[in-house]
Write a protein that binds this ligand. Structure first.
Ligand code: PEP
Ligand code: MG
Length: 841
């Protein structure tokens, strides 16, 4: 077997050809080989041979070996345009050269600043002579380490060409409404990293490493963009088979609707940040709403000091090791932060830090850093430069959602930099009544914020979808993003009014204005305090009719708050929380432990209604791909998924049954439309129960489809209870997508058509002595509460914060008054007319 070892023609950092930002090289149109990010100024001969071609622009040269191998060395990208400037060849066509002989000197600074890139490609141009090529990776020293092992034809090779043929997917139209922003990009890179093959996502003539979230985001893939996946390697076919349908289905993103026809309009403009208006009133600064609410407080400016780093370092190996340790330390911190947030039932916030962890494994970011370290830069300088370069490039993208992720990258970058330099972690030490003003606040800034002192945020960057907005909403404080930059010039201590709903910051408020808002807030706070103080008392109307008031929850931490808020159990546990944000389904044991822990947190007498997994075409899971559907809301969704993939439903049912001795557990099936579906699901439960030999538990259905409401009486003969999911029932009754931005004002559960279906459900259930709850959003809406009571609903399952207020409201109502209101509501024409009937809450 004839093998040729090619030595490094330059010092620097090796990277696979596929990462070269030029499709001609990346797609190996010129040939197979390797790319090198150079750190030395002279191209040396990688082997003995003859110069068979020297390009007139002196940036590229071809060498032929005595075995007939032809090797092109191409310095930089688009360097042909320099027309020879910066290059000085020391050989000419026809010269014989020995390994290590200099071939071309070049001016590194000039070429780096005048061409697209300094990346140098070393490729075999006559692939037909070659049986296999193995490229090396990492940093190399010119003339001292090998970069490629080439096995010539005619011999048995370790790998055949066929193994390395690129496997290309069909064209895929991106279904995600916001394109491939951080979350879908993270899902794709995560799964792609499981394969050995090099995998790329191609959009037009550009490619991105599919294992790099940063590279994927930088590709700026928008909704309806046409992309292809390209894989090369032993498991390339398998990778494409798995990844293509995932991309087609929106990579687990709720609301991503697979598209079947190319769209003629680009959504780039739609995603582009809207021009920010400037107010004529000098005392009013405008921004966009990020989190609602009003706050009267004093300005407190937040500035991040730049962390100073030394540019160069003597020992690249040592710098690599420092980088590794700093990244490891940052990962451990992020894990601890996530664990804490999960316990605090803050999954949205925890997910942000999970995404930060992903960034720490980003191959492009790491390659860029290591390449600079190999050139003699310190780890801190190399990391800071790589993070800033990538973040700046994300921030320039037109897609606001992706641009906002630049802030995350800077945040996680800073975390690592603090470990590398020993710089102090800056904690925000705000005075009381502070309204924070900053260019941007990072998730890390807000993770440890003192909620008792900070009344609101306001940032010049970011938008309604930024992480700052999510964080502000999770802290339940007002926030305005994209505020007029004049906010940054305000003195600390300046009194202001922050209006989260209007997206404004008012300066120099009059004393009257401040007093009015403070009074309003005090009254609301006092009412909340009184309601909370009485929360443990039952919700009994003035004419002695008692409603059961339970909670909608998404996990254990929610359950732990129920009793303090006056909740009497759980009317809806959305079990999806256990299945989301992961790459495989939770095990039976894990589920059983979680359900039992929630039941124990509630105590033996409080009901826990567990809804089985409610996902489907509209909210697919990465490990549960659902084939493309034209109408996912009308397709495989809710119980239909469970019946189609019984292994997942059976596992969950076993887990619920095993946990059932820990409390008053009940099970409920989502989106039941037919008696056939109900009976199949119930039979599954019964089979698993018999196998486990545990006592029966109550089993009910969610009434979310008009068919179930209309046939409530038939269902009531067999089911133990109903819980009306008015969010879906409204969407299916009115044939209006519940997430449709334009239709949103009309998707109102108080539409009389929906109220008729609620009445029908209650009547059918009561005829057979079964109870009915409402767990959709209107149960927490004070305007809807009197109508639901009047229609005969027995239980209301509310969002946690609504519990004390709704209980207080019910104590001030009478059943007879509610009944007459409900009767009237069934006769009017529109939701608005129903709302007009509602007494002031
Ligand atoms: C509903 O549809 O009203 C409901 C409670 O279920 P979800 O909102 O989880 O679909
Ligand atoms: Mg629903």
């Amino acid at each position: 077997m004839k093998q040729i070892m090619l030595q490094a023609p330059l010092s620097g950092y090796l990277m696979p050809l596929e990462r070269v930002p030029d499709p001609v090289f990346a797609q190996k149109m010129v040939g197979d080989g390797v790319a090198l990010d150079p750190a030395s100024p002279s191209l040396l001969a990688p082997c003995d041979g003859q110069v068979v071609q020297l390009h007139p622009a002196h940036h590229a040269l071809t060498l032929a070996t005595t075995d007939g191998l032809e090797l092109l060395m191409h310095i930089g990208l688009d360097t042909v345009n320099l027309k020879g400037a910066g290059f000085e060849p020391v050989v000419k066509t026809g010269d014989q050269v020995k390994l290590g002989d200099p071939l071309i000197h070049f001016d590194v600074d000039y070429v780096a600043t005048h061409a697209k890139s300094l990346l140098t490609m070393i490729v075999v141009t006559n692939g037909e002579r070659v049986a296999g090529i193995k490229s090396h990776s990492g940093s190399v020293t010119a003339g001292q380490e090998s970069i490629l092992e080439v096995t010539l034809n005619g011999e048995q090779a370790d790998r055949t060409d066929k193994d390395f043929e690129p496997v290309v997917s069909d064209a895929i139209l991106i279904p995600n409404h916001d394109g491939l922003h951080a979350r879908p990009a993270a899902v794709l890179s995560n799964v792609a990293r499981k394969y050995q093959a090099d995998i790329y996502l191609q959009k037009g003539s550009e490619q991105a490493n599919a294992k790099s979230v940063v590279a994927l985001m930088n590709l700026n893939v928008q909704h309806n963009d046409k992309v292809k996946l390209i894989a090369r390697g032993a498991d390339a076919h398998e990778a494409i088979r798995t990844l293509s349908p995932m991309v087609e289905q929106g990579l687990g993103e709720a609301g991503a609707t697979p598209v079947s026809a190319p769209a003629s309009v680009s959504v780039a403009e739609i995603n582009a940040p809207a021009p920010r208006p400037r107010s004529d009133d000098p005392n009013l600064l405008l921004g966009v709403t990020a989190s609602p609410g009003l706050a009267v407080g004093n300005i407190f400016q937040i500035h991040h000091a730049t962390i100073k780093v030394t540019e160069t370092a003597a020992n690249p190996q040592q710098e690599e090791e420092s980088l590794r340790q700093a990244i490891e330390a940052a990962k451990i911190e992020l894990e601890a932060l996530q664990a804490r947030l999960h316990v605090e039932a803050d999954p949205a916030k925890a997910a942000i830090f999970a995404a930060h962890q992903e960034l720490l494994e980003d191959p492009d970011l790491l390659d860029m850093t290591r390449s600079a370290i190999a050139k003699g830069k310190s780890a801190a300088f190399a990391w800071q430069t790589a993070v800033n370069t990538q973040a700046d490039s994300l921030a320039r993208l037109k897609n606001e959602l992706i641009a906002a992720r630049a802030n995350d990258l800077r945040d996680v970058g800073r975390r690592v930099l603090q470990h590398l330099t020993g710089a102090e972690v800056e904690a925000i030490d705000a005075p009381a009544n502070a309204i924070l003003v900053a260019e941007d606040l990072t998730p890390s800034d807000t993770a440890n914020l003192d909620r008792s002192k900070v009344l609101g945020f306001c940032t010049t960057l970011g938008g309604a979808t930024s992480h700052v907005a999510i964080l502000a909403r999770s802290l339940d404080i007002p926030a305005v993003a994209g505020i007029d930059p004049r906010a940054l010039d305000l003195e600390n201590g300046t009194p202001v009014i922050l209006d989260g709903r209007q997206g404004t910051l008012r300066l120099n408020p009059s004393a009257d204005e401040v007093t009015r808002i403070r009074d309003q807030q005090q009254q609301q706070a006092a009412k909340r305090q009184t309601d909370l103080a009485h929360a443990a008392e039952p919700a009994i109307t003035s004419d002695s009719h008692q409603l059961e008031i339970v909670a909608n929850i998404g996990g254990l931490a929610d359950a732990e708050q129920i009793t303090n808020l006056g909740g009497e159990g759980v009317g809806l546990l959305r079990s999806e929380f256990l299945f989301l944000e992961r790459t495989s389904a939770p095990s039976e044991d894990e589920q059983a432990e979680t359900y039992a822990a929630i039941a124990r947190a509630l105590g033996a007498n409080q009901p826990l209604v567990i809804r089985t997994l409610d996902v489907g075409g509209d909210k697919p899971l990465p490990y549960l791909p659902i084939p493309h559907e034209e109408n996912p809301f009308l397709g495989e969704r809710g119980i239909r998924v469970g019946l189609d993939r019984p292994e997942i439903l059976r596992t969950q049912l076993r887990a619920i049954l095993r946990a059932s001795s820990a409390g008053k557990i009940m099970v409920m099936f989502p989106m039941i439309s037919t008696l056939g579906e109900w009976r199949a699901a119930k039979a599954m439960l019964e089979e698993e129960r018999e196998k486990l030999g545990v006592p029966a538990i109550p089993v009910g259905i969610m009434v979310e489809v008009p068919a179930a409401a209309v046939l409530a009486e038939q269902f009531a003969r067999e089911a133990d209870f109903f819980s009306i999911g008015t969010n879906d029932l409204t969407q299916y009754t009115l044939a209006m997508d519940r997430g449709h931005a334009k239709l949103a004002p009309q998707v109102d559960g108080l539409n009389p058509a929906v109220l008729h279906l609620i009445a029908q459900t209650v009547n059918g259930a009561h005829r057979h002595g079964k109870w009915v709850g409402v767990c959709g959003g209107i149960a927490s809406d004070p305007q809807a509460v009197p109508f639901l009571i009047g229609l005969g609903v027995d239980e209301l399952s509310l969002s946690l914060p609504a519990i004390p207020g709704v209980k207080a409201q019910i104590r001030a109502l009478s059943l007879s008054e509610c009944q007459s209101l409900a009767k009237q509501a069934l006769t009017v024409d529109t939701a608005a007319e129903v709302r007009a009937l509602a007494p002031d809450a």
